[in-house]
Design a protein. Structure first.
Length: 83
């Protein structure tokens, strides 16, 4: 894991437990961020496989984009910019 820079933008992570390609790397990245004092948002879905993206599978990972939007909204990123 490379060194974590001191100032990072907010980080949202989403991965499925059955993603044999990325799960371990995402968990290591999350742990490294936490160790560096950063508070990432992580969603680990039970199923979805690798690259679940916008492909509907009848799994909870189908709604990752909703979770991402709620996260953006909670941080004020969905409000119009001040003029």
């Amino acid at each position: 894991m490379p060194a974590i820079p001191a100032k990072l933008p907010p980080i949202f992570l989403a991965v499925a437990q059955d993603d044999d390609f990325a799960l371990n790397a995402v968990v290591r990245f999350y742990d490294a961020l936490k160790s560096a004092g950063i508070k990432p948002e992580a969603h680990i879905f039970s199923t979805g496989g690798h690259g679940f993206g916008m492909r509907m599978q009848g799994a909870s990972s189908d709604h990752w984009i909703d979770e991402f939007y709620f996260w953006l909204e909670a941080r004020g990123f969905t409000r119009p910019a001040a003029r």
